[in-house]
Design a binder for this molecule. Structure first.
Ligand code: NDP
Ligand code: OXD
Length: 310
């Protein structure tokens, strides 16, 4: 049995392949681009694979995504439709994302940027503070990551709501769903966290219309995909201060081009797609468990619904 590891990121190969080889001791692990004979590859573990690569593997049985988001895999028009695609669900990925969301929600809520600006001016000035329970936070996407982040925010006593496709029951979180629930969700949300998958329906969902429906002075935290945001609309909303700040971890082009206005915008806080990273040592266990299930004839976990795109 042979597993192909194929990531567009060379550093992933350096960290994952030795870990895979030392864990999957009874398998052959190959690293792209040295794929060897195409017909003896059974499984592929991929991140942004070269388009056409997976279609070339005639005996491929399961495709595993190293990421929770599978938009980059599904973008490949030649992707075989009969082979199950499994997305990454891993505790370390969930925990990392919740840390990031909580960090930035608290940074915004406790006005850290304003205090840093005052510090730069040697200014001692106590700003009015609000209670967390008076701060409506809204999480778009109440899936694996969104529901964990929303739960933690609610434990911190924020007034938390979530928006998803179907109704949800998450402790301490008010659920809104579907097109019909979007307006009320947006109008009550002062800190918006985007944790939706990127699909045809969600591309460009943070645009002039939806941003305008947030209360004036709202903050946006985008940790899902850059293409959820219409960049020109967000920049315009920041410039006219309808949106007070944007915390962006993901961008429509990554790495973000050096001349992009986000780099120097005073209301933007950026990180280079690190809100949560997939840790090889934990994630490999989830891949192994799914291979075991597949070979035992048991149902695979976390299979992507191709129709929905997530
Ligand atoms: P899930 O598939 O578990 O959850 C997706 C959620 O989005 C579900 O609640 C789903 O609703 C909701 N949703 C999907 N489409 C719509 C829609 N059209 N309208 C309303 N709600 C919708 O995904 P994860 O939580 O695991 O991951 C979310 C995303 O986070 C990933 O796709 C990826 O893009 C991003 N990510 C970013 C990382 C980073 O470092 N920046 C790291 C990891 C992930 P329902 O439950 O009703 O189906
Ligand atoms: C993911 C990511 O989707 O890291 O897992 O963006």
């Amino acid at each position: 049995m042979t597993l192909l590891f194929a990531s567009s990121d060379k550093e992933d190969t350096e960290s994952w392949v030795p870990a895979l080889r030392s864990t999957l001791t009874d398998r052959e692990v190959r690293a792209y681009p040295d794929i060897g004979r195409e017909d003896d590859i059974d499984y592929a573990l991929v991140w942004k694979p070269e388009p056409g690569l997976l279609a070339r593997l005639p005996n491929l049985k399961v495709i595993f995504s190293m990421g929770a988001g599978v938009d980059a895999v599904l973008k490949d028009e030649t992707l075989p439709t009969h082979i199950p695609l499994v997305r990454m669900v891993d505790d370390s990925l969930t925990e990392g994302m919740t840390e990031y969301v909580v960090l930035h929600a608290l940074r915004i809520h406790r006005q850290l940027e304003a205090y840093r600006a005052q510090q730069a001016q040697h200014l001692w000035n106590q700003l009015p503070e609000r209670l967390g329970r008076e701060r409506p936070v809204g999480v778009m996407g109440l899936g694996v990551l969104g529901s964990d982040a929303a739960t933690m925010l609610s434990r911190l006593r924020f007034d938390v709501a979530g928006w998803s496709r179907s109704p949800k029951s998450v402790d301490g979180v008010t659920s809104f769903h579907g097109e019909e629930g979007l307006d009320a969700f947006l109008r009550r949300t002062e800190i918006l966290v985007n944790l939706l998958p990127l699909t045809a329906e969600t591309t460009g969902i943070l645009n002039a219309d939806t941003l305008r429906r947030l209360p004036r002075g709202a903050h946006v935290i985008n940790v899902a995909r850059g293409l959820h945001v219409v960049d020109a609309d967000l920049l315009a909303a920041l410039d006219d201060e309808h949106i007070a700040s944007a915390t962006l971890d993901v961008f429509s082009t990554e790495p973000l081009p050096a001349d992009h206005p986000y780099w120097s915008h005073p209301a933007v806080t950026m990180t280079p797609h690190v809100a949560s990273v997939t840790h090889a040592r934990t994630a490999i266990r989830t891949v192994m468990e799914n291979i075991r299930r597949f070979e035992a004839g048991e149902p695979l976990q976390n299979v992507v619904d191709r129709g929905r795109g997530y």
